[in-house]
Design a protein around this ligand. Structure first.
Ligand SMILES: Cc1cc2nc3c(=O)[nH]c(=O)nc-3n(C[C@H](O)[C@H](O)[C@H](O)COP(=O)(O)O)c2cc1C
Length: 448
C-alpha cells in the first residue's frame, strides 16, 4: 500500500487529500535535494508515478496543493544555504568583514537592530549597518527587532534603501528581559496575528528584499520544566500566520524559550534541542524553506540536516542550516564551506593575509569616526587561532592572554575619542605584538 511506503510522519492532522498531495509534493522536493546525495534513481521515479496515479483525483480537489506540487516540479529548490547566526556584540560589522575573508559565500546576519533605532537615526545608518559601500559584506541578512508594524515597515524600507541585503529578518526568538518587557523577540510568538501584520508591513515596504522570520519552537512564560513538550499546534498556527503575510523562509532555533527563571544564555542551552520538530515543520509546510539553528558544530551535523537521513532513519531535508556560537568560536571551520556547499573556490588566503586585510579595513573604517571602542575593533582577531585547524591549543591560549593584557595596558584608549588614524594603527600594533610571542611564523603563512 503506497501510503505505507512513505517514510515521513506528519504531526498535524491532515485530510486524506491533503495528506496525499503533501506527500507527493514532499517527495518531489526531496528529489530536488537528492542531487546532493546523487541517489536519484528509477525507484524514486516509479514511486512518484505510483503516488501521482493514486493522488490524481484527490489532487484535483485541492487546488492549492496542486500549485505547490507543480511549483516544486518545475522550480528548482534554492541552493542549501549556510549562514552564521545573528549574535549581538559578536557578529558586529567588524566581525562580519573579517569573516568574509574566510568564506565568500556563507550568509552572515547582522546583530539584531531595533527598528526604532533605525527609524530615529535614519541619517546615521552606517553606525548600525556598517559602511555598506566601502566595505560590502554580501551575502548578508539584516535582522530587525520590534513589534510595531509601521515602524518595522519603515525600518525595512530604510535597510533596503541603504544596502543590498539578501533579506530582512524579523527576530521572534530573543529571550531577553527587555524583549519580554516591550513585547518584541520571542514574545512575538505569543501573538501570531501581530507577527503577521508586522511581516506584512515589512514586505509591503520593500520592493526586492526577501522578508524572513527567526523564531523558537515555542515560548513558555512559566518556569522551565524538564520534559515539557513543544506546543506543536501553536507553532503551526504561528508559522501559518507568518506564511499568510507572504513570508516563505523561516529560521527556527530548535528549542523552546522560557521567559521566567532562565537567563538569555541559559535559554540557549537548558531547553532541549528538538531538530526533529523543524523537520516535521518542513514536511507540513512544503511550500516554505526551513533553516535549522541550534547546536550545530560541524559539517557532518550540517550535512545530516540537509540530507534525507539522520543516520537513524529518514528525515525531511531542510533548505539551510544556521550556525551560531561555533562559527564565532571557530570561524576557520568555514574555510572550506564555499567549495563544499556552493561549488565555489575556497579562499586561498593565509592568516597573515587576512590580518593585513582586516587592519586595512580598520584604518579605513575609523577614518573620520571620532568615537569607537578599541577592544571591539580587536575582537574579530580573538579567535584567529582557535579550532581544530589551529596550530595548537596552548599557543591559542597564550595568544588570547597576551591580547587581553595588551588591551588592558591600552585601557585608556578603550573608549577612544580622537584621531582615527592613530587608533587604527594601535589595533595592528596590539594584535601583531600578541602574535609575535605566541604563534609560529610558519603557521601564519599557511593557506587557511
Ligand atoms: C552572544 C549571543 C548573541 C545573540 N544575539 C542574537 C540576536 O541578536 N538575534 C537572534 O536572533 N539571536 C541571537 N542569538 C542567538 C543565536 O542567533 C542562535 O540562535 C543561538 O546561539 C543558537 O545557535 P547555536 O547553538 O549555533 O549557537 C545570540 C546568541 C549569542 C551567543
Amino acid at each position: 500500500m503506497i501510503l505505507n511506503m512513505a517514510p515521513f510522519s506528519s504531526k498535524s492532522t491532515l485530510t486524506t487529500s491533503d495528506h496525499l498531495t503533501r506527500k507527493l509534493s514532499n517527495y518531489v522536493t526531496r528529489l530536488h535535494i537528492s542531487r546532493f546525495s546523487k541517489t536519484c534513481g528509477t525507484s524514486h521515479v516509479k514511486y512518484v508515478i505510483n503516488l501521482a496515479k493514486s493522488s490524481v483525483l484527490l489532487l484535483l480537489l485541492n487546488h492549492l496543493s496542486v500549485k505547490i506540487c507543480l511549483s516544486r516540479l518545475f522550480n528548482p529548490m534554492p541552493s542549501p544555504i549556510l549562514s552564521v547566526a545573528p549574535m549581538i556584540q559578536w557578529t558586529d560589522v567588524h566581525w562580519r568583514y573579517m569573516f568574509r575573508g574566510i568564506s565568500a559565500k556563507t550568509t552572515v546576519y547582522t546583530e539584531m537592530t531595533m527598528s526604532s533605532a533605525l527609524v530615529h537615526h535614519a541619517e546615521e545608518l552606517h553606525k548600525f549597518l556598517g559602511k555598506a559601500v566601502e566595505h560590502p559584506c554580501s551575502p548578508c541578512v539584516v535582522q530587525l527587532g520590534g513589534m510595531d508594524p509601521a515602524e518595522l515597515g519603515e525600518a525595512a524600507y530604510l535597510c533596503e534603501s541603504y544596502s543590498a541585503f539578501e533579506a530582512i529578518n524579523l527576530n521572534c526568538g530573543c529571550p531577553s528581559g527587555k524583549a519580554k518587557k516591550f513585547g518584541f523577540g520571542a514574545e512575538m510568538m505569543l501573538n501570531p496575528d501581530l507577527t503577521r501584520r508586522c511581516v506584512y508591513e515589512m514586505k509591503r515596504r520593500v520592493s526586492s528584499s526577501d522578508v524572513t522570520v527567526k523564531c523558537r519552537l515555542g515560548i513558555y512564560e512559566e518556569e522551565f520544566v524538564d520534559g515539557a513538550n513543544t506546543d506543536y499546534n501553536h507553532l503551526v498556527k504561528f508559522i501559518g500566520a507568518v506564511a499568510e503575510a507572504g513570508c516563505s523562509s523561516m529560521i527556527v532555533h530548535a528549542r523552546d524559550c522560557v521567559l521566567r527563571g532562565l537567563s538569555p544564555a541559559q535559554n540557549r542551552s537548558v531547553p532541549p534541542l528538538r531538530p526533529d520538530v523543524v523537520h516535521a515543520l518542513a514536511a507540513d509546510f512544503p511550500e516554505m524553506n526551513f533553516h535549522l539553528n541550534g547546536g550545530i558544530r560541524s559539517f557532518e551535523d550540517i550535512d545530516r540536516h540537509l540530507s534525507r537521513s539522520d543516520g537513524e532513519g529518514p528525515i525531511y531535508p531542510l533548505a539551510g542550516v544556521m550556525v551560531g556560537r561555533k562559527a564565532y568560536d571557530d570561524p576557520f571551520m568555514f574555510s572550506t564551506a564555499d567549495s563544499r556547499y556552493y561549488d565555489h573556490p575556497d579562499s586561498s588566503a593565509t592568516r597573515a593575509g587576512l590580518l593585513e586585510r582586516y587592519f586595512d579595513y580598520v584604518e579605513d573604517y575609523v577614518d573620520g569616526i571620532n568615537y569607537f571602542n578599541l577592544s571591539k575593533l580587536i575582537q574579530p582577531c580573538r579567535n584567529f587561532f582557535s579550532g581544530k585547524v589551529c596550530y595548537g591549543d596552548r599557543e591559542n591560549k597564550l595568544y588570547k592572554q597576551k591580547l587581553d593584557s595588551l588591551i588592558k595596558e591600552h585601557a585608556k584608549h578603550a573608549k577612544c575619542k580622537g584621531n582615527g588614524d592613530e587608533e587604527g594603527a594601535i589595533v595592528r600594533e596590539i594584535v601583531l605584538e600578541a602574535i609575535r610571542d605566541t604563534i609560529p611564523d610558519s603557521f601564519l603563512h599557511e593557506t587557511i
